[in-house]
Design a protein around this ligand. Structure first.
Ligand code: RFL
Ligand code: PHB
Length: 395
């Protein structure tokens, strides 16, 4: 078999890349180890930057997003018994949109299958391999859901297979640099069948630990609690989760509505960057190359931004011009490191570090007071949260 671009992984990065390439008349084969149902149900991110929304709109993918996405003009930061608003619209003229990653993935899968037919995405594959990466005919191998082995000769391969994928480690170890930090806490995420108790997201700093009130729709809330890094989900019955959320969000005159818990899980917190994002004809995009802690709501947005740079670079590469492909890694890494810094900054400002001394606690409060009272400091948060201007993305 032959295709122009082999794509490993049907997460947001791989799916959007396959669509952007199709818009340019470029063929791709997309392979995914999980089932379609699994990909569509996986609970993850919820906030799209202004630039991500525009990217999806320009790619003709925003019909449902424009109807169901909830535009938010700011966030609340809560600490020391007060809840203060950061007004993104006023500070930057930009907003973010709450639209779950599950919905982005559903829209992308539906569109690829409608445009490319059932062969556009191969779900449920096993034993994915990428080889001959330093030649101009790299090869993608996989076993399909019926057990047949396939070998696809490509012009380029995109490794969009997430943090636990196989593509990153297919690059020679001595040519890769990885920088990593694990945080001494995790997030317990809860999906609850109850209307949100807030009009915009609440990021709460509390002595018991951080809490976040987000949402999925006018009837579904998404809530997070900081828990120990090695926490066992079995220790968190629903009534304990609600009691802890009530305590961390407590504010006179405000009530947190409770409802049935639909889903709960624990996510580790880490920062990770592997560079460069290219080896020969293999290009990494999204979580395959970098991970940020979720406090800055950046992971999904970075994945989309990478492939917005990759699609034109591959288009040019296929015509024999390597200029954009040669610049791909550096272009993406500039945005990745900005987001890595912002996500680290939000994370360390808002969480309680186990064993921290009184100095650290006071420094966090001083920073929170500053960012909610200085227009300059608030603008810095707002422009990072809503996303870098598209010009810095190389588009
Ligand atoms: P994805 O979404 O992980 O998709 C990668 C896809 O590749 C498949 N795959 C393979 N396919 C074929 N062959 C192989 N050998 C393969 N190995 C893996 C996987 O099954 C999967 O379908 O990566 P992508 O596209 O780069 O998208 C990135 C985003 O998903 C990610 O950055 C965010 O969701 C991060 N993230 C969160 N971000 C937020 O902003 N807020 C959150 O609340 C939030 N929660 C999360 C998260 C990431 C998580 N992960 C990765 C464990 C919660 C979790 C659990
Ligand atoms: C979410 O809605 O899942 C969400 C929102 C903001 C974050 C992280 C996760 O910072």
């Amino acid at each position: 078999m032959r295709t122009q671009v082999g794509i490993v992984g049907a997460g947001p990065a791989g799916l959007l890349l396959s669509h952007l390439l199709a818009l340019r008349g470029i063929d791709s084969v997309l392979v995914e180890i999980r089932s379609r149902d699994y990909c569509e149900a996986r609970q993850r991110a919820g906030v799209l930057e202004d630039g991500s929304v525009r990217l999806l709109r320009e790619a003709g993918l925003a019909q449902r997003l424009d109807r169901q996405g909830l535009e938010h003009g700011g966030i609340y930061l809560q600490f020391g018994g007060e809840r203060r608003h950061i007004d993104f619209r006023d500070l930057t003229g930009r907003t973010v949109t709450v639209y779950a990653q599950t919905e982005v993935v559903k829209d992308l899968i539906a569109r690829r299958l409608a445009d490319g037919g059932p062969e556009a995405i191969h779900f449920g594959v096993t034993d994915t391999q990428v080889v001959s990466l330093d030649t101009d005919q790299p090869v993608l191998r996989y076993t399909d859901a019926d057990g047949s082995r396939h070998e696809v000769t490509c012009d380029a391969i995109a490794g969009c297979d997430g943090f636990h994928g196989i593509c990153r480690s297919a690059m020679p170890r001595e040519l890769r640099t990885t920088v990593e930090r694990e945080y001494p806490y995790a997030w317990l995420g809860v999906l609850a069948d109850v209307p949100p108790s807030t009009d915009e997201l609440i990021y709460a700093h509390h002595r018991n630990g951080f809490a976040l009130h987000s949402l999925r729709s006018p009837t579904i809330s998404r809530l997070y609690l900081q828990v120990a890094a090695d926490e066992d989900i079995g220790n968190w019955r629903d009534d304990r989760i609600w009691a802890e959320l009530q305590e961390r969000f407590a504010l006179p005159g405000w009530t947190l509505r409770q409802g049935p818990v639909l889903d709960k899980s624990i996510t580790a917190m880490r920062s990770f960057v592997s560079a460069p994002m290219r080896y020969g004809r293999l290009f990494l995009a999204g979580d395959a190359a970098h991970i940020v802690p979720p406090t800055g709501a950046k992971g999904l947005n970075l994945a989309l931004a990478d492939v917005a740079v990759l699609a034109p670079a591959l288009d040019q590469l296929l015509t024999g011009n390597t200029e954009l492909a040669d610049a791909y890694s550096a272009t993406c890494l500039e945005r990745v490191w900005r987001a890595t810094h912002f996500s680290w900054w939000m994370t360390t400002m808002l969480h309680s570090t186990p064993g921290a001394d009184g100095m650290e606690a006071e420094l966090q409060l001083a920073q929170l007071r500053y960012v909610t009272t200085s227009r300059a400091a608030a603008t810095s948060l707002a422009e990072n949260y809503t996303g870098l201007p598209l010009a810095a993305q190389g588009r």
